[in-house]
Design a protein. Structure first.
Length: 51
């Protein structure tokens, strides 16, 4: 599941990455080539980037 954070930032996921259908990716996150996100894992950023 790919969800935006409160700042409407969406994850960017490579088509070459494997994300489990039970994983949750939230916000301003980049998942690059050849990355594995397994079942029941989560990754997210809920606040905007800071300089």
């Amino acid at each position: 599941m790919h969800l935006p954070n409160p700042y409407k930032q969406h994850p960017k996921v490579s088509e070459k990455a494997w994300i489990s259908e039970t994983a949750v990716i939230i916000g301003n996150v980049n998942i690059e080539d050849d990355v594995f996100v397994g079942p029941m894992q989560s990754s997210g950023q809920t606040s905007p980037d800071r300089p």
